[in-house]
Structures are given as structure tokens and as C-alpha cells.
Design a protein. Sequence first.
Length: 76
Amino acid sequence: MTMYTVMPPEQLWSGMWREAGDTKEIRMNGLLMQVRPVNDTEAVIVRLLDCPLEAYLDPSNLPGATVPLSGNTSPT
């Protein structure tokens, strides 16, 4: 990929690799995912970490989808 811009690279890429500190990893239905808790019972998916390729096609696994923190989840 080539990007042409007048912005300095430091400004363009600032914060690109910075992780939010309030995320955690859980395993749900055999998928390892990084989530950001919203409250005590729900979290929002940030990204999938370890899963089969077809899991990316399931709309319930998209980043931004809400998942329960109770039930069939286990922290890693």
C-alpha cells in the first residue's frame, strides 16, 4: 500500500499501536477474543485473536458486537 500525504509520519501513525488498558481476553464458544467490558454482564468485541477462518464471516463475531460476560465464557 502506498499513501501520499503531507502529514508527518509521527502525526499520521500516533496512537496506532497503543492498546486501551481496559480490555481483556476471553474464550467464548471456542473463540479467543479481546473484549472491552461495558458493564458487569456485557462486553464489546475489539478483535478476534484465535479462531477458525469461518468465524470471521459470522456477524455476531464482528468488532463492535456485544457479547455476554457470563455463561459460556472463560477468561484466559
